[in-house]
Design a protein around this ligand. Structure first.
Ligand code: ZN
Length: 319
């Protein structure tokens, strides 16, 4: 948990707030707040003046949708409450992703403050526990309770889930516009350039959830506890791979080539990074093979996942 998130928790305790947060009442604890129409050519969401004076002032752009205004007010409270945010701030939420300068660092901190204030992580974890893994119902509940955008809620769910999840958001036409993965997850995330969101994007996922919500499509894939169907196979990875090549009748130079490609892709991916659980690394290697169509016969063989699983286990066992 980051320092600014702890400041959000302290703010909640100090003023005895609870979900759903009445954001205007919360803002009035520390500032004077006004909703005004910003000039039509301004894309700004909000402005905070004198965050460290006796009377800070928050201006919110009336032209923006309510969910965005709520997030903006929470963000501006962050600028007032976070001790090291000292200057006047003009906030444009869209640019807050850009990791360039200390200005943007402050913007990201204020966003994290706002997320924790509006959607406390422990509360989201509780929702997930009650929903028995059904992410759609949790997402709807966050959006409806906290009046935030579905994307803000999605990022919060992502922060609350353990290692081993990948997600994607697609527009009404099905094209992925944003994707991500939970903390520590090694499985590649979907690319956002012209890729269509499809349910079987990860054929080895333990569970898949696809749903639509306010003209946007969401996909979640879980790899938690992912193990191959025949993980107790006693052979070494090399024996399993040779068995696959035998079954598929690979001979001579072609056999050598395929064997070496499969083996070096696995070794390369595993060598890139240490740590993680066997299940995560197993899923990570499988995700890389899914893009290698020319190896389709090998990767679709019933023992291929056993090969990868053993490969991960033996790689990690090396001194
Ligand atoms: Zn700001």
């Amino acid at each position: 948990m980051e320092a600014e998130e702890k400041h959000a928790q302290r703010f909640v305790r100090k003023h005895a707030l609870a979900v759903p947060i009445d954001i205007d009442a919360a803002a009035q604890k520390v500032a004077r707040i006004e909703y005004i129409e910003f000039p039509a050519d301004s894309d700004a969401d909000g402005i905070t003046l004198g965050p460290k004076t006796a009377t800070p002032r928050i201006f919110v752009n009336k032209r923006k949708p309510r969910s965005r205004q709520i997030f903006t007010v929470a963000h501006e409270i962050g600028h007032i409450v976070i001790p090291w945010h000292t200057g006047n701030e003009i906030t444009t939420l869209d640019e807050a992703d850009t990791p360039l300068t200390s200005y943007f660092a402050c913007e990201r901190e204020a966003n994290r403050f706002a997320s924790e204030l509006l959607m406390p992580l422990n509360w989201v974890k509780q929702l997930l526990g009650n929903a028995d893994g059904k992410i759609e119902s949790v997402l709807r509940e966050i959006v409806e309770t906290c009046e935030v955008s579905p994307i803000a809620a999605m990022l919060r769910v992502s922060a609350a889930l353990p290692t081993g999840y990948v997600w994607a958001i697609a527009n009404a036409d099905g094209y992925i516009i944003k994707s991500g993965r939970t903390h520590g997850t090694l499985v590649r995330q979907a690319s956002a350039d012209g890729t269509i969101l499809i349910a079987n994007a990860y054929s080895f996922a333990v569970s898949t959830e696809i749903f639509s919500y306010s003209r946007t499509k969401y996909g979640w894939w879980s790899f938690v506890g992912n193990i191959p169907p025949n993980g107790s196979d006693a052979r070494t990875w090399r024996e399993v791979l040779n068995g696959i090549l035998d079954d598929l009748n690979y001979q001579g130079a072609e056999r050598k080539r395929v064997s070496s490609v499969v083996s070096s892709i696995s070794g390369y991916i595993l060598g890139q990074r240490q740590g993680g659980t066997v299940a995560d690394r197993y899923a990570q290697v499988l995700s890389r093979f899914e893009q290698r169509d020319e190896l389709g016969r090998v990767t679709k063989h019933k023992d291929f996942r056993t090969y990868v699983y053993k490969r991960v286990g033996e790689f990690d066992a090396q001194p």
